[in-house]
Design a protein around this ligand. Structure first.
Ligand code: GUN
Length: 292
């Protein structure tokens, strides 16, 4: 088994982004600028947003965090988004999900100007992705493609089984792995909680993308020897033995599956770090007006 090391791959790409951000600053007199909106104080969201902001600083981007209490009205949030849409100093805008129940995530996503939608969640970006047009690719699927690229993994002709059909990961990942590109050129099966005989299907996979959000969902008996395992899960459980008070688990039973896999991503230290790289690359592309 060989490790798909998110730390190694992300540091390499971030060094490159930092160089490009420096030349952007030299040419334009400004830094690429990402704004994140965080509503409430969900523990996971706090951690992710803090990490996004920290990584912006690391590569020489400007970052701004706008926080709201959990009871902010939908209209107040939409108004803030409309204001940022018009701000020429902002290249990328993300609203961290999940949102409280009284706020419609679809309205929020569609209010963000698709030209600043560096999360790649807006219907214009998803539609353009479907048609293989320049667009912002959702950050996690983009990060996974960058990881496969960093390790020179040829995916052409392989059977990729995606487990989980979320808007953020599973659905876009299935489209991207089937595209006429490398990484891509896969035969893709998109599976989910209602799939029958899931184990038999996953056993056929040359590449497994696990994005179902359940600790240890993919077990060794579901994995063909030599398979490539991409674990997107970030399942938090409280723990008395760690400083942070919690421990992270993937969707894959790493210890046992690793023995069968050719390549595998760890959790933490795998896909999570690459998601941030995807976000940074989209923000830089927006600043340089490479897409819109
Ligand atoms: N929540 C979980 N993943 C993501 C992500 O990639 N972007 C945003 N905005 N929220 C998330």
């Amino acid at each position: 088994m060989q490790l798909l090391d998110g730390k190694f791959a992300s540091e390499q790409i971030k060094n490159q982004i930092a160089e490009e951000a420096a030349s952007f600053l030299k040419d334009s007199g400004r830094k690429p600028h990402l704004v994140a909106i965080l509503v409430g104080n969900d523990g996971g969201s706090e951690t992710y947003v803090a990490s996004k902001m920290k990584n912006c600083e690391k590569v020489g981007f400007k970052s701004s965090l706008i926080r709201y209490d959990v009871d902010v009205t939908e209209e107040a949030l939409l108004e803030q988004i409309r204001k940022i849409n018009l701000d020429a100093d902002v290249d990328g805008l993300i609203v961290q999900l999940p949102l409280p129940k009284h706020i419609d995530p679809e309205k929020v996503t569609e209010t963000i100007d698709y030209r600043k939608d560096v999360d790649g969640f807006h219907p214009v970006n998803l539609g353009r992705m479907m048609r293989n047009l320049p667009c912002f690719i959702p950050a996690t699927p983009y990060g996974i493609l960058l990881m496969l690229q960093a390790y020179n993994i040829d995916t052409t002709g392989k059977h990729c089984v995606v487990v989980g059909r979320s808007n953020i990961v599973g659905s876009p990942m299935s489209i991207l792995m089937a595209r006429n590109a490398n990484p891509g050129n896969c035969t893709v099966t998109l599976t989910h909680s209602r799939t029958k005989d899931l184990k038999a299907i996953v056993l056929q996979a040359d590449i497994i993308v696990a994005a179902i959000g359940q600790k240890n969902f993919v077990t060794a008996d579901m994995v063909k020897p030599g398979a490539i395992i991409i674990d997107v899960g970030i399942n938090r459980e409280s723990s008395t033995t760690t400083k942070s008070g919690y421990k992270l688990y993937g969707d894959v039973d790493f210890e046992n599956v690793a023995e069968k896999a050719s390549w595998i991503t760890p959790v933490p230290g795998g896909v999570g770090l690459m998601t941030i790289v995807g976000l940074l690359k989209n923000t830089l592309a927006s600043a340089r007006k490479e897409i819109y």
